[in-house]
Design a protein around this ligand. Structure first.
Ligand SMILES: C[S@@+](CC[C@H](N)C(=O)[O-])C[C@H]1O[C@@H](n2cnc3c(N)ncnc32)[C@H](O)[C@@H]1O
Length: 317
């Protein structure tokens, strides 16, 4: 199994600007690339979260290199404020998200994320919880499957593929699913495999990835101290749209509701821009790590404006 090469690492570090005695949250620990860089560049503390128990298990080697500075937490980043609160931390100087799956997960034949090998059709980042992709394929109504493929996979042949999935039931393995999709939607000279979009859609649905991202961003907003930095790396337009909308709402820009209505008053800014955004990987990075090709980073700095219900910003116990 290969390792995971951190994506946009220098750019994420430039956005977070690691400082001594600061507290950082790595919301997507994965192979630990961001956590390791933070811990190496400053005498800081890192709370690293991953919903995949295998990532946390792998991280114990890194934790032993940074005793008392790296805390590994099995959980979802949408519960980040609670996960930190029970560890006595109520505010952070930086939060990083590197959304999606790691190379460890993609390349592990037992996880079912990829159609390039045959494996049980699972796709759960946390195999101890939730429905597998096979359960969804075998039980969801055809119309719900089509909606999912259209919405999360931006798949133009969603209806035809959903019909093929229902006809091929029971589907147990990645290969069975990829073959059913290929029969319904042949390649016709396209560069990407016809199952690519459907696999993306299923993975997003199985892990509720877009809901997690929305809730995770709100958690980060509550947790960040004034001047604290948020850095989010995303890999496709659905995720990037959520991050972009979240930040543009918080950057205190005027909201125009309708061309017949006056512009609504600007809300007080919860974030201010920090650096150029979005940032894309360089040609050199894409050459070294082709999996970085669709990545983009958006970063911002938290202002001192409180969110509704936020008791005391800047407090750290
Ligand atoms: C792209 S990898 C992160 C790689 C990491 N930045 C590195 O440099 O090694 C994404 C990781 O986030 C985890 N993940 C995805 N969604 C999550 C969520 N909602 N909560 C916690 N972890 C999540 C995945 O299990 C995966 O290990």
């Amino acid at each position: 199994m290969s390792g995971h090469i951190p994506v946009l690492l220098e750019e994420v570090m430039a956005a977070l600007t690691p400082r001594d005695n600061a507290i950082y949250v790595d919301g997507t620990f994965g192979g630990g690339g961001y956590s390791e860089a933070l811990l190496t560049r400053a005498n800081c503390r890192v709370f690293a979260i991953d919903r995949d128990p295998a990532a946390i298990e792998r991280g114990t080697a890194l934790a032993s290199r940074f005793p008392a500075r790296l805390t590994l937490i099995h959980g979802r980043f949408s519960e980040m404020d609670h996960l930190l609160d029970v560890r006595g931390v109520s505010a952070a100087d930086g939060v990083a998200f590197d959304i999606g799956v790691s190379s460890f997960q993609l390349d592990d034949d037992r996880r079912g994320f990829s159609f390039s090998s045959d494996a049980p059709l699972d796709m759960r980042m946390d195999q101890s919880a939730g429905q597998t992709a096979a359960t969804i394929c075998n039980t969801a109504p055809e119309s719900a499957l089509a909606d999912m493929l259209r919405e999360y996979g931006e798949e133009p042949r969603a209806k035809r593929i959903a019909r093929a999935i229902v006809a091929a039931r029971p589907i147990i393995t990645t290969r069975q699913l990829a073959e059913a999709i290929e029969r319904a939607a042949p390649r016709h000279g396209q560069k990407i495999h016809p199952a690519t979009r459907s696999f993306q859609a299923l993975r997003i649905a199985v892990n509720d990835e877009l809901g997690e991202l929305e809730r995770g961003l709100e958690c980060a907003e509550r947790l960040l101290k004034p001047g604290g930095r948020l850095a989010v790396v995303s890999f496709h337009s659905l995720e990037d749209r959520i991050v972009k909308r979240f930040l543009s709402q918080r950057l205190g820009r005027e909201q125009k509701t309708s061309r017949h209505m006056p512009r609504a008053a600007a809300a007080p800014a919860l974030f201010r821009p920090s650096g150029k955004s979005p940032v894309f990987p360089s040609a050199d990075e894409i050459h070294r790590n082709p999996r970085a090709r669709s990545a983009r980073l958006r970063a911002a700095e938290r202002t001192s404006v409180r969110t509704p219900g936020q008791a005391q910003i800047g407090a750290s116990r």
